[in-house]
Ligand binder design. Structure first.
Ligand code: AMP
Ligand code: MG
Length: 336
């Protein structure tokens, strides 16, 4: 199979919609990261997503919609708070977990009786869903375990020959996956941090952050969000996350660097001696935008060990911290 790259024109979106309606999988742009989309109601089509990614069958897919009315087809029960949150944050990078309707096959929900639902803001994603007239199941468009793709080219790197087409909608604006929340008491619990931050949600309701966001799942524990238990976002290099002042970072790296060592820093003023480095941005927003691309570049550059500066965990920084912590396999070196 040759994977075709399509632009965002109406004709291309119509072509992609025809592919999806006939049971195929298409790479699509969203404001978070690129996704691999198929008809969420079609078991056979959804199985093709799991196959293309090499994704474990118990890791559920998020179902994408293009208007709130579609929620009624997908969820069997809609909490009152969901209306309020949707009004405030949809379309946008927030996924709400609700009890699933019978129309959603267990393949889509990874065997769970709940389903994650999201209304993306990317115009091409919205238009495509409208043209399909169907909710689209779509996980990130990377091979399972790799950093999520934020450009069509990175989707092509992972999916060439595995899917018929990719829509090129430019760079993903946010750069990390959606915030996943479930309803609990009078508020919500964040299962995966993302572009809609804890601080933003707190303006609407009570918010708690699941322990799994910043901690390794203990052996035998059941993940509230199955994605938590898998190795994720991992580059081939051995990534060490260094928490502490710039001074402490520099002296630690100077002492421990060897052949094939790279630094992943916020900006170029933080370079350590003559060691090669990449920057992933000074603000949490830039870091979210750049992190996955930086991890992929480090692999291309043949990095063996990466010493990364630890991001601040406020705002969207919590999402950046969550992803880089997982990319490091929870290898955090505390110099504070
Ligand atoms: P991805 O599609 O790669 O962004 O991954 C989706 C992630 O959302 C999964 O790995 C889960 O952690 C989470 N998720 C999706 N649906 C559910 C659900 N029904 N319950 C809990 N977490 C979910
Ligand atoms: Mg993913």
């Amino acid at each position: 199979m040759v994977t075709e790259i399509l632009d965002c024109s109406e004709a291309s979106l119509l072509k992609a919609a025809e592919l999806i309606k006939s049971g195929e999988v298409v790479g699509i742009p969203t404001e978070t990261v690129y996704g691999l989309a198929a008809n969420a109601f079609d078991e056979t089509a959804v199985r093709k997503i799991f196959e293309a990614k090499g994704r474990p069958a118990d890791n559920p897919l998020i179902v994408h919609i293009s208007d709130f009315g579609m929620v009624r087809e997908i969820a069997s029960e809609i909490p009152n708070l969901a209306y309020k949150l949707a009004e405030r944050f949809w379309p946008g990078p927030m996924t709400m977990i609700m009890p699933k309707s019978e129309k959603i096959p267990l393949v889509t929900s990874g065997g769970l009786d709940t389903v994650g639902i999201r209304f993306p803001s990317h115009p091409a994603a919205r238009r495509l869903i409208e043209l399909c007239g169907l909710p689209l199941a779509a996980p990130s468009a990377n091979l399972s375990g790799s950093p999520s793709p934020t450009t069509a080219r990175r989707v092509f790197d992972d999916m060439n020959g595995r899917i018929p087409a990719i829509i090129d909608g430019g760079e993903s604006l946010v750069g990390v996956e959606s915030t996943v929340i479930c309803f609990e008491g009078s508020g919500v619990r964040i299962l995966r941090p993302g572009g809609i931050t804890r601080e933003m949600l707190s303006e609407v309701c009570d918010v708690s952050v699941d322990r799994g966001v910043t901690n390794r799942l203990e052996d035998g524990a059941v993940a509230r969000s199955p994605g938590m238990k898998y190795r994720h976002y991992a580059p081939k290099a051995d990534l060490k996350l260094i928490r502490g002042s710039l001074k402490a970072y520099k002296s630690y790296v100077s002492e421990n660097a060897a052949d094939g060592s790279w630094c992943l820093v916020f900006d170029k003023s933080e370079a350590v001696g003559c060691l090669p480095y990449l920057c992933y941005g000074a603000s949490p927003e830039e870091q979210a935008h750049e992190l996955f691309e930086a991890l992929r570049k480090l692999d291309e550059l043949g990095a063996k060990t990466v010493f990364a500066r630890c991001p601040d965990d406020s705002g969207i920084g919590l999402a950046v911290y969550n992803r880089i912590l997982r990319a490091s396999g929870f290898c955090i070196i505390d110099l504070e």
